[in-house]
Design a protein around this ligand. Sequence first.
Ligand code: IVH
Length: 699
Amino acid sequence: MSSRAKNSSSALANAAGIEAAKHVAALVRELNDHCYRYYVLSRPTVTDSEYDRLYRELEKLEVEHPTLVQSDSPTQRVGAPVAEGFKSVTHRVSMLSLGNAMDEEELREFDARVQKFLERDAETPEGAESVATQSTEYFVEHKFDGVAVTLSYQSGVLVQGATRGDGFTGEDITTNLKTIRSIPLRLRDGPESAEGVLLEVRGEVLFLREHFEALNRELEGGGDEPFANPRNAASGSLRQLDSAETARRPLTFFAYGLGAVEGVELAPHHAGVVSRLAELGFRVSPLAEIVHGADGLARAYQQALSTRPSLPFEVDGMVVKVNERALQEQLGFRQRSPRWAIAAKFPPEEETTTLEDIMIQVGRTGALTPVAVLTPVKVGGVVVSRATLHNEDEINRKQLMIGDTVVVRRQGDVIPAVVAPVIERRTGAERSFVFPQDCPRCGTQTVRPEGEVVRRCPNESCPAKLAERVLHFASRGGADIEGLGEKLVLALLEHNLLKDISDLYALDPEKLAAIPRMGETSTAKILAMIDKRRELPLDRFVFALGIRHVGERTAQALSRAAGSLSGFLALSPEQLASVPDIGEEITQSVLSFLGDAKERDMISRLLERGLRVMDSKSPSGTSLLGKVFVLTGALPTLSRKDAEALILSQGGKVSASVSKKTSFVVAGADAGSKLEKANELGVAVIDEDTLKVMCAPVA
Ligand code: IVH
C-alpha cells in the first residue's frame, strides 16, 4: 500500500474511532444518569429492559474498542478480586467520631455548651452582642447505623474509597465501593468536576431493611448463617476480597459531609453542603432540617424518634451540626470529636429478661444451632421468647450461663438477639452450659472441622436433618407443598413413612390416614397438595434439594446455566466456574452434592415416583453449556447480535475480552487484537460455519 493510501485509511479508522468514542461517552453518561434516577432518586425513567439494552450496547462497543473503556463506565462496577487483602490508606483529613447525648436533656446541655463557647469566644464587642442574643442554628440529620467510608473524587471521577479504620488510616476498598449503585462513579456536572479539583465525600454504607431481610433469607435458604443485624451485614459485605461477592449484596450509600476539599468553593452552611451533595448525585438523610436553639433540637429529636420505625433503614440516633461553617471553625475540636456536632442517641430497642434454657436445633445441613429459651418479654413492641445464639463460640464469647439475666435486642423487623448477660445480677445459682458433642436427635458423634464455627451431625439419616430437609423441600421457594408443616413431617418420621424426600411422592393413603388425628379428609387433602406439585421448574427443584450455600438466587443461576435436569446432574467444575456469580464455595458444595451417590439415588427415586422437572426456559439447548465465546471481526452471514443470541440459546456465554477462561474466539473478517490475544494464549479460534455446526441441535 502506498503511504498515501495508508494515511487515508488510518484517517478513516480515526474518524470511525472518534465516532465510537463519542458513542461510548454518550452511553456511559446516559446509563449513569439512569442509575442515579433509579438508585438515588428512586424514580426511574426507563424500564429495566431498556436499561439492559443500552448496557449491552455499551458492553459491545467496549469489546470492539477496548481502549475506549472509561473508568466511570457502569461495566467497571465489578473489578478483579484482591488477592493480598486491602491496602491501607492514610486519610488526608482524619475521620473523627461524635460525642453522644443520651436523651433530650443532654441535647439541651449540648446547646448550652455551644452557646456559652460562642459567647465567650466572641469577646470583641460587636461579636458578643450578635451571638449572645441569637439562638444557634443547627442542621439535623439521621445517624446512620452502617459503616463509615470516605470517597475521593479527582476532577469529578471516583478514584478511591476507603473505610474509616482508626480514623487516621483505613483500608482501600475502592473496588467494593464501586459496586454500590448509589455511589456515583462520576459527579454530576458542576465546578466540582473541574480539572484538578479534589472532593472527599463522607458517608455511611448500609443495608436497607428489606434488602437485609432478603439477604438473610437467601443465606438461611442456602444453609448459611444469617447476619445478626444490618450493620454487621454491611461491614461483612464491604470486607469481601472478591468484589463480585459485594456486588451481589444490595448496599446503599448515604452522604453526610466532606473530608479534604481542594480547588472548589464550599457552601457557607452545612445545609448548603448537604443539598450540594444531593445535586452531585448522592442520597442524603431524609431528615435534613434546620432548627434553632434547644427547643428546636428537642422538637426535632421527638419527631425523629417517632418516625424511626417507618424508615427504610436503621438509625441509632439523630446527628446535630452547627449549621454555619464559620461557627464550626470557631468551635473547633476537643480530642477526637467536634464541639460543633453531637449524636443524639435513640433509646436502644433492648430489654432484660431471664435465659431459662438453651435448646439445640439440628438443621437440614446437620448444623447444631443453640437457641435461647427466654422468659417472654416485650421488646420494640413484640413479645420475644426465643433467640438464636448462632453457635458454640458465641455462647462462650458472651459467657452466657443458664439462669442469667440477659439483655435482649430487637431492631426494626430484625430477628431478636441476646446481647450479653448482666453479670452483676448473678446469684450463684446459674449453671454453665455444656455444648453437646453428640447429636441431640440421633446420638451420632458430631464433627466440627478446623476453622469452622459450626458443629454438625454427620449422620445422613438423622431424623432432625431429614425433617428440616423435607420442610425445606416443601417450602415456598421449593416445591411449595401447602399443608406440609413441621407437625406433619415429624409425625411422618415418627411413623416411619419417610426415609428420604422421595417418599413424599409415594405415601400410602392408608398408612397416612392411620396417623392419629389425620383422618381421611386430611389425608386426601395433603395427598392432593403433593400431587399438585409433581411438576417443578428446574430452578425451584435445585433450590428444594437443599444444597449447602444454594439459596433461591443461586439456584436460578445454576438452572439457567444447566438448562435441564440432566444438564444440572452433569455439571462439571469448569462449567460451574463459568456461571456468573458463583464462587469457589458454592462450586465445591454443588460438586460434593452431585458426587454423592445417595443424593443421586434419591433424585432417581423422585423421578421414578412421578416428579417431573421442567427445563429452564432460556436457553433452548445445552450444546454450548459452560463454553465461553468471544466474538471478533465481521462474520460472513450472522450479525453480532444474532451470533450472540445463537450462543446464548445453546447455554453458552459471550464475554467481552479474551482470557484463559475463553473457550473459543469466533473470528470474522478484519479480526484484530482479540485474535492476536487468542493466538498468544492458545485459545481455539473458529469461524462462523464451525459455530453453526456446534450450535446445531443434537439429533
Ligand atoms: S458527621 C466530625 N453525620 O457516626 C464528625 N456522622 O461518631 C463526622 N455517622 O462513624 C461525623 N451518621 O460515620 C456524621 N449524619 C451523620 C452520621 C455520622 C452516622 C457516623 C460516622 C462515624 C460516627 C461518628
